[in-house]
Design a protein around this ligand. Structure first.
Ligand SMILES: Nc1ncnc2c1ncn2[C@@H]1O[C@H](COP(=O)(O)OP(=O)(O)OP(=O)(O)O)[C@@H](O)[C@H]1O
Ligand SMILES: [Mg+2]
Length: 505
């Protein structure tokens, strides 16, 4: 408990309104952060969290409202003014230079010079070394960014943000790409940083994470603050928070409904990504959800990409419906009835400057078999049905997806493939960045798919998701299947054991 409320707040936002063309993103938000406080912000996709943070970091100007820092009030900040005032943001996008090492990355833009024009590498190394030691971060600081795990790259981004000695650090979904252990390390780091008196704004859709870490939690809905909870006891109830987020009680846990398991629809035989990689074999049946677990970097994504035609593979056989499938491109896999949903929505999933409707119907138009989802009495069209059930927040079906919030863009990717009605769904981290309520709705749609005889491959680092949705789980380690789990054996202990390669109990 580091929060010091005897002093005045580090920053104070008052009655912030932000209008975009046709959309009021923020509708009079007041919000403050004290020195040493971790202030959590939660809310559904599109609630206004990132917009509020962009105003605080100077990327956007508010339409009206004030920001007070050190007794001075501003109508808006610029990025440089925000930095000067000690406000720094850890961006979600990776803004590190991949072929430079950790030390260089942390110092880019403000190299310490011993002599005019010469960077003092020794001083930089010592500074970075001292900082990592001080914060208890284990990191090979001589390594290039591209050789680090995603988690370690995230630590570098945080260290870089700390290098300018901020008084307020903003973290927008810092653990969205992490597994449980790495997320735990980030929380530990957040505690250490706030222990130094730095204020932290922590945004996440992992609500239990927010309850563990935050001193106060502010819930935002439709651009307004619903409530700010004192969470000093780390015991604010998730039910209460989600009810505030959505405006009504919701079910947080969804039990997969059993679907009849039918014939084999996909068979992968001795698939090798490279000549010398291990061969992977498995079969997937209609009605089945086959989960893939493993550490980040275990090779699950690469395997899925190969099956979906996004990357080539060296050898092996893919049979779909008992027939050899030639899949050399994403177009081939679409023709074979495969849907490939990834978290990489900007690169693979969406045409950012096309509308919600255009994106949703991109694959399915023409080939779609009607009648699966649609309930015409309740919904005018399948598109509207998908928008409603996934709670896609968009001004209209004709809005460009580039203006939707991160989570809502991901929902459009889901809608596109649900609309397309393929036979095999490959889902790689499908619910990353998606709010709890929409997750539950998506799980229901997954269940409906399987009941309709479709089959699903599910890669997920979200343990509860993987465990509750999978009929079977294959554990992958270094590109190899190291275990198959069924029924009661699908639990975190059994999965982690195989993912790490520890055999003793
Ligand atoms: N540049 C923009 N132009 C138009 N509308 C925008 C723009 N940026 C954000 N919006 C809208 O403002 C609202 C809030 O978006 P914001 O990105 O702040 O949501 P969020 O709470 O961060 O959601 P998520 O959890 O999905 O990241 C959304 O309705 C979004 O469509
Ligand atoms: Mg956001």
């Amino acid at each position: 408990m580091n929060m010091d409320k005897s002093t005045s707040p580090l920053i104070e936002m008052r009655n912030i309104v932000k209008d975009f063309t046709g959309v009021r993103a923020l509708d009079g938000i007041s919000f403050d952060v004290y020195p040493g406080e971790v202030h959590g912000i939660v809310g559904e996709n599109g609630a206004g969290k990132s917009t509020l943070m962009k105003i605080l970091s100077g990327a956007y100007s508010p339409t009206t409202g004030t920001i007070t820092v050190e007794k001075t009030s501003y109508n808006s900040l610029s990025p440089s003014l925000a930095r000067m005032l000690g406000i720094n943001i850890v961006y979600q996008e990776n803004d590190l230079a991949p072929n430079m090492n950790v030390i260089e990355n942390i110092h880019i833009g403000e190299e310490k010079t011993g002599f005019p024009g010469i960077m003092d590498f020794k001083a930089m190394r010592e500074a970075v070394h001292a900082r990592t030691k001080d914060l208890g971060v284990k990191l090979d600081i001589e390594k290039k960014i591209e050789d680090l795990s995603v988690a370690d790259q995230q630590f570098v981004k945080i260290l870089k943000a700390l290098n300018v000695e901020p008084r307020l650090l903003i973290m927008d979904e810092p653990t969205s790409m992490f597994n449980v252990e790495d997320a735990h390390k980030v929380l530990e780091l957040v505690r250490r940083i706030s222990g130094r008196g730095i204020g932290i704004i922590y945004i996440s859709h992992f609500l239990s994470e927010v309850v563990q870490i935050a001193d106060r939690i502010t819930v935002i809905r439709d651009g307004s603050v619903v409530h700010t909870y004192d969470n000093a006891g780390r015991n604010t109830s998730l039910d209460t928070i989600t009810r505030d987020m959505v405006g009504r009680p919701i079910e947080l846990f969804f039990e997969k409904e059993a679907a009849p398991i039918g014939e084999i629809i996909l068979e992968v035989q001795n698939l090798k990504l490279k000549k010398d990689s291990p061969g992977v074999s498995f079969a997937l049946r209609r009605g089945e959800i086959l989960g893939f677990s493993g550490m980040v970097g275990s090779g699950r994504t690469e395997l899925m990409r190969a099956i979906a035609g996004a990357d080539p593979y060296a050898e092996g056989l893919i049979l779909i419906g008992g027939k050899k499938a030639v899949i050399r491109s994403p177009a081939d896999s679409i023709r074979e009835g495969v849907a490939f949903i990834t978290e990489d929505r900007q690169r693979l999933g969406l045409m950012l400057h096309a509308s919600v409707t255009e994106n949703t119907t991109l694959v399915g138009l023409g080939s779609r078999i009607k009648g699966f989802f649609i309930n015409p009495r309740r919904h005018g069209s399948l598109i509207q049905y998908l928008i409603d059930s996934l709670r896609i927040k968009t001004p209209s079906t004709e809005s460009e997806v580039v203006y939707l919030s991160g989570g809502n863009q991901q929902k459009v990717v889901l809608a596109k493939w649900l609309y397309a009605e393929q036979e095999i769904y490959i889902l790689d981290e499908p619910t990353r960045g998606i709010d709890a309520n929409a997750k539950t709705e998506f799980y229901k749609l997954m269940s409906r798919l399987t009941k309709d005889g479709k089959a699903i491959l599910l890669v997920s680092s979200d343990m509860p998701e993987l465990i509750s949705m999978s009929d079977r789980v294959l554990v992958i380690r270094s590109g190899e299947v190291t275990g198959e789990l069924k029924g009661a054996d699908i639990n975190e202990h059994e999965i982690v054991k195989r993912a790490l390669g520890v055999n003793n109990d």
